[in-house]
Ligand binder design. Sequence first.
Ligand code: FES
Length: 130
Amino acid sequence: MEEITYTREFLDHFKNPRNTGEIKDPDGMATVSNPVCGDTMKLFLRIEGDRITEIRYKTFGCEASIAASSVLTTLVKSRSLAEATALTPEEISQALGGLPRVKQHAADLVIEALEEALDDYRARRGKGKS
Ligand code: FES
């Protein structure tokens, strides 16, 4: 069985997760589960103009999904929607100093949650206009 070692950056985010919790009446939100392991992320966005001004989450899962959720929020907060949309699982892994191979799907989970929350925001905004 592959031994899992975590980097300093990873342990920092796992032990001191940033931006946890919920946003009341969010502008976009999503709940995403990994079908294989069952880890679940609930993501909330506050968007003003073209910028994500607040991002919070509740993640139920392993240490990798917690650390990936936390680092996602630090990479996305204050970014434009275009910058957030361009974020990749590889950048999540890199920001954590490299995720172990068997935990790479934690990065996929948080990017999928971000994409769905942004889709939710666009859908709500579209409805508001009609
Ligand atoms: S075990 Fe799958 S993301 Fe944690």
